[in-house]
Design a protein around this ligand. Sequence first.
Ligand code: SAM
Length: 330
Amino acid sequence: MSRLVDHFGRVHTALRISVTDRCNIRCAYCASSREMDFLPQGEILSFEEIVRFGCVAAGLGIRKVRLTGGEPLLRKDLPRLVEMLAATPGIEELAMTTNGILLARYASALRAAGLQRLNVSLDTVSTDKFEELTRRDELPQVLEGIAAARRAGFDQIKLNAVAIRGLTENEIVPLAKFAREHDLQLRFIEFMPVHCDDLWSRQRVVSSAEILRILSQSVGSLEPVSPSTAGSPAEEYRFLDGGGRIGLVPSVSRPFCGDCHRLRLTADGKLRNCLFSTRQWDVRALLRAGGTDEQLLHLLRSAVDAKKKARGTDDGQFAPADRPMYQIGG
Ligand code: SAM
């Protein structure tokens, strides 16, 4: 069966699946300060629906699946979904992005179910800053979650951080020191314009180049690792003294759309070909109307065919994503 190749020759092998739009923290740059608009249960795809779609996608060459949300660990029985996806022919890599608060409870079950890789989102290791940023007082739970995940057998846990001017830029150095001390890989993702309380502006983006400068000056000299890990959008650096690695994801200053091989399925079953896509394809409607595999294949191909050259637009400019990150799936 042919693969999911778009008009620019990009072969799609990765699918990011959001399993819930709910979250247990309220990050100032992601969750709105107003009342959040969560989906009713009936609008969320069931595990069976997710796996049916995953199976069809795997038939077209999707090999990597990443579970996200909202906070994926809020989804009841998540290890069961992991087990179902791990057993899906064609899916070779199964990963999850989490805020880590519930990891201590679920790490072993997830590992046993077949989850291979974990990214933990963490923007600060200061208790006060964590509370200010997330509006919750749960940094110790995240740290315990990371430790538990290690004990459960997850190696190469990645920490994902967003440095935002005036909000988290002072966390860059302490985070890097923490990651070095605990042998964790740290990645900084540039702050992207996603619909949320109009917080985003270009001035607030702390660029990858700036982060590299800050780390080199205040933590230790870094050198590029080449080539970066295949398929990863991060530019990787290692400390010259051997004390760990840093990944920089220049999503705003040097977008990597040319290498994009990713599709996204939202918790309510909408397929998007880009975070910044202005169109979505309704997988849920098709599944619930008794759609055939052939129709699902057609829908996947339509989404890939319609993929723009860059940033979901024709001209490469950012049109801010039309749904908040927690609704699309980060
Ligand atoms: N709850 C999970 C977590 O915390 O990892 C998964 C969802 S969360 C939306 C996924 C990631 O998106 C987090 O690392 C968060 O920092 C990141 N994120 C949210 N809004 C962002 C933005 N505007 N720019 C860059 N990253 C963003």
